[in-house]
Write a new protein. Structure first.
Length: 417
């Protein structure tokens, strides 16, 4: 009711955060009736958990709901602002609580931001039960969370909210903060615009309610308020694949203008710049390869710039990489080579390594002729020797066939000589 009287005392995304599981929207795959996580929360039988999913889908909200329901002492920190010193303080308190018969739950938001040593500091205390860890991450925990810590945790995958989920959240917000109405078409537009993210939805709604005096808000007014045309781009739908295909083909055809247009279409529509960097890295090897070996370094440098600078500063870094890749000489020889090798491996199975290039660390292996006749390249002119490296069945195969483009022309000449 206080929110009704002064509807913008605090950000809507915070003010309207659900307090109970009954009010929690979405994530039926993890918190619907009969699911493990819901049972653990309701019975207060928590163990180490990692919540993995995109932003704005309820990871932190669910952790707060757990905090309201558990009998344990609940501590919250953010990996962005906290370090080992704060962890040690919490562990010390948790050890004292444990002696007194009370358990401690530690929620770490953006746990992927902790480095290896910070994550290692948690490990012994999760093992001995001093703390129960709940970590939230937007990054794949397989790559970003210490493997030892991950093996002791249950990973729950959070999905982007559906349009139905988002419209439900929108209707709930409207009923609590305003007498203004939003047309069904405009609601659908906002849900699509939010792209599975409740925080984006509520932040956008707050802007619209502050700037609109209409009794019924329509889609066109929302577009005007947002001050830019809504770009049709579904990160998981057909348009996503259409546009990334257009980017890839523009780069392959050495058209920097087309490449930049499609890249910026994705960024303007909210695509994760790390995804674009990954595509550029793939392109650098698949379509440029040894024709310009520096292209891969440029693409990887762009990825590092994306991580270091973030949006919008990294736009120009991606632009530079995009132009370089578009203008570089092209070769798909590496792409063709890897597919040829994979095909032969699939067809021929586990072929034997020639004896002369096997390692022979023991007398038995030497007696079996492991390493016999091996020629050490550095003992020969230009460190070049002629000896068999492929299995007998594949001796005449040539997987790498360089083109006449860029640096690869020199490589081709060297191979022929």
């Amino acid at each position: 009711m206080a929110l009704q009287q002064n509807k913008f005392d605090e950000p809507l995304a915070h003010a309207l955060r659900p307090q109970t599981l009954d009010d929690f929207a979405g994530q039926k795959n993890v918190v619907s009736e009969g699911k493990m996580l819901k049972t653990l929360i309701e019975e207060d039988r928590l163990h180490n958990m990692i919540f993995w999913g995109p932003p704005g889908v309820g990871k932190t909200t669910l952790a707060r709901i757990i905090a309201n329901q558990t009998k344990s002492i609940f501590k919250t920190i953010s990996a962005v602002t906290s370090g080992v010193a704060e962890i040690r303080t919490i562990i010390k308190e948790a050890e004292e609580n444990k002696r007194l018969g009370t358990s401690t739950v530690l929620f770490i938001d953006e746990i992927h931001r902790f480095n290896k040593s910070q994550q290692d500091a948690l490990l012994p205390h999760t093992e001995n039960g001093t703390i129960t860890l709940i970590g939230a991450t937007t990054e794949n925990p397989s790559f970003e969370v210490n493997s030892a810590l991950l093996s002791r945790s249950q990973v729950f995958v959070f999905e982007s909210l559906t349009e139905e989920d988002l419209i439900s959240i929108l209707n709930n917000a409207l009923s609590k903060v305003t007498s203004q109405k939003i047309s069904d078409d405009a609601k659908s537009f906002l849900a699509h615009y939010a792209n599975g993210d409740a925080r984006t939805l509520l932040n956008t709604l707050e802007i619209i309610l502050k700037l609109s005096d209409s009794n019924v808000i329509e889609t066109n007014e929302i577009k005007t308020i947002l001050q830019k045309k809504f770009l049709r781009y579904d990160k998981k739908g057909e348009e996503h694949y259409n546009i990334i295909s257009a980017l890839h083909k523009s780069l392959r055809d050495s058209d920097p203008d087309g490449a930049l247009y499609w890249m910026m279409r994705m960024l303007e529509a909210g695509e994760d710049p790390k995804y674009i960097a990954r595509r550029l890295i793939r392109f650098a090897s698949e379509d440029i390869g040894m024709a310009d070996p520096h292209a891969l370094l440029v693409a990887i440098a762009a990825k590092e710039a994306v991580v270091f600078n973030g949006m919008p500063e990294c736009e120009v870094n991606l632009t530079q990489a995009c132009i370089h890749l578009a203008m570089a000489p092209k070769s798909n020889s590496a792409y063709i080579a890897v597919n040829k090798v994979k095909r032969d491996i699939k067809e021929t199975g586990n072929l034997e390594v020639p004896l002369h290039i096997r390692n022979a660390p023991t007398k038995l292996m030497k007696d079996l002729d492991y390493g016999k006749g091996y020629k050490y390249a550095h003992n020969y002119d230009n460190a070049k020797v002629e000896q068999q490296h492929l299995p007998d069945e594949l001796q005449k195969k040539q997987y790498y066939q360089p083109t006449d483009h860029g640096i690869e022309a020199k490589i081709k000449d060297k191979l022929q000589r």
